[in-house]
Ligand binder design. Structure first.
Ligand code: GRF
Length: 193
């Protein structure tokens, strides 16, 4: 199994999807070993603790240095960004190339890149009038949402959708499904090396 760290900033529903998938035996190559948040009050940290997963908040200016120390301490081999809202520097993403993935709540290349996160993604999709949106899991590189695409899943936009309703549907019908699947696929590939 590949020891995996999940980086979070908010409610942690994607982390919960990983925890639940692991409990169902759907991620045999993934060992959820560490959760790190850049926000102290992130409910995601409570979800990690409830699941018996080490949960840490890093808030200082030396975020990436402190993060690297935790990753080494826990012998982490895969990083999953799950609702993580901090841009990681080029040096960090190059060192972790091929071992860091992210979930984005749209079908990249639509509605992605700088400034597209959280509800803003769904507001933009509704403003453009798309009939289909969805979620994407991709490798992380130095370009926000710019790395190679690993998995995508489409979700229908319904009449009367608000950003909140659409966000929820994209989470339930796409994010929470493809993130565990992608994490398992990448971990299995890395273990197979
Ligand atoms: C949500 O907007 C989700 O679509 C995106 O990150 C935000 C928070 O997700 N992936 P989570 O509930 O903290 O996993």
């Amino acid at each position: 199994m590949l020891k995996t760290a999940v980086l979070v900033s908010g409610g942690g529903t994607n982390l919960q999807a990983l925890i639940d998938a692991s409990a169902r035996g759907e991620m045999p190559h993934v060992s959820l070993a560490l959760t790190v948040s850049n926000r102290a009050g992130a409910y995601a940290l409570e979800r990690a603790k409830a699941a018996g997963i080490r949960a840490e908040h890093l808030g200082g200016a030396a975020f990436e240095e402190e993060l690297e120390a935790l990753l080494r301490e826990e012998d982490i081999g895969l990083i999953v960004l799950a609702g993580f809202l901090r841009i990681l520097g080029e040096g960090f993403t190059r060192r972790w190339a091929g071992r860091i993935i992210n979930i984005h709540p749209s079908l990249i290349p639509s509605f992605c890149g700088a400034g597209y996160y959280g509800l803003r993604v769904h507001e933009a999709a509704l403003a453009r009038g798309v009939k289909v949106t969805g979620a994407t899991v991709h490798y992380v590189n130095e370009i926000p949402d710019g790395g190679e695409i690993i998995a995508q899943r489409a979700v229908e936009v319904l009449p009367g959708d608000t950003p909140e309703l659409l966000q929820r549907r994209v989470m339930e019908q796409a994010e929470w499904i493809i993130l565990p699947q992608a994490a398992e696929a990448v971990a299995a590939k890395l273990e197979g090396r």
